[in-house]
Design a protein around this ligand. Structure first.
Ligand code: AMP
Length: 224
């Protein structure tokens, strides 16, 4: 029996990263770790860290590395979680975060980093119409709403537009993605851990491509 893979899913905002990370974690029985979801939950709960993160999130800026790395380090203190495997979604977002992730994982390193690649024009359309469940994070699109208008199919929560899905915050996040996240792609390419998967087309097809990429890579590496 193969253990659950330790994956990072990279991709610009609107690439479908959150949806696919959730599906992958369900498929492999691993944890779905989204730093954005963690910060949003902390902000809703009104914790100090959550409220300071929210100031950056609302305007589309990155939360400072030391805050994000602290949160991730706390998560991975749970060795069972590392054993079970995980899909990281939204982390790392800077080269420093990528280096720190290697340090935190130590002897149980990442198996694979998948870059979910979509053209910016498609990402922009997806982001402008994106709606998200406040409670469980399930995403919808104005063209594909929940069965009962704006009540989440999964948990019955309220489905809303994210505060940072405004035009100016979206443009800022895409600009930051180019600047901060592209060097990470190079970093993982040099480690020979990177695969690129096309993120265009229906979600179910993208998911099949992702699973095929992960399974092929793991077979090649002879994972236990
Ligand atoms: P996401 O849900 O992944 O789009 O993240 C939403 C927002 O949370 C981002 O625009 C950032 O403000 C913040 N955030 C999430 N993950 C990180 C990270 N790894 N580094 C810095 N900021 C982050």
């Amino acid at each position: 029996m193969m253990r659950g893979p330790r994956l990072v899913l990279l991709g610009k905002q609107g690439a479908g990263k959150g949806t696919q990370a959730l599906r992958l974690s369900e498929h492999y029985g691993t944890a779905h770790l989204s730093t954005g979801d963690l910060f949003r939950a902390a902000a809703r709960a009104g914790t100090q860290a959550g409220l300071s993160a929210q100031r950056y999130m609302d305007v589309g800026e990155l939360v400072p590395d030391e805050i994000v790395i602290g949160v991730v380090e706390e998560l991975f203190a749970d060795t069972k979680l590392v054993e079970r495997g995980f899909v990281l979604d939204g982390f790392p977002r800077t080269l420093h975060q990528a280096e720190e992730l290697d340090r935190v994982l130590g002897a149980t390193p990442l198996d694979l980093v998948v870059n979910l690649d979509v053209p910016t024009e498609i990402a922009l359309v997806r982001l402008a119409g994106r709606r998200v469940c406040e409670d469980c994070g399930t995403t919808y699109h104005v063209d594909l709403p929940p069965a009962v208008p704006w009540i989440c199919d999964v948990c019955g929560g309220k489905v809303v537009q994210r505060d940072d899905d405004t035009e100016s915050a979206i443009l800022r996040r895409l600009e930051l993605y180019e600047r901060e996240t592209l060097p990470i792609i190079q970093f993982y390419r040099r480690q020979q851990r990177l695969v690129v998967v096309a993120g265009n087309g229906p979600g179910a097809e993208v998911f099949e491509r992702l699973v095929a990429a992960v399974d092929t890579f793991r077979e090649l590496c002879g994972e236990p």
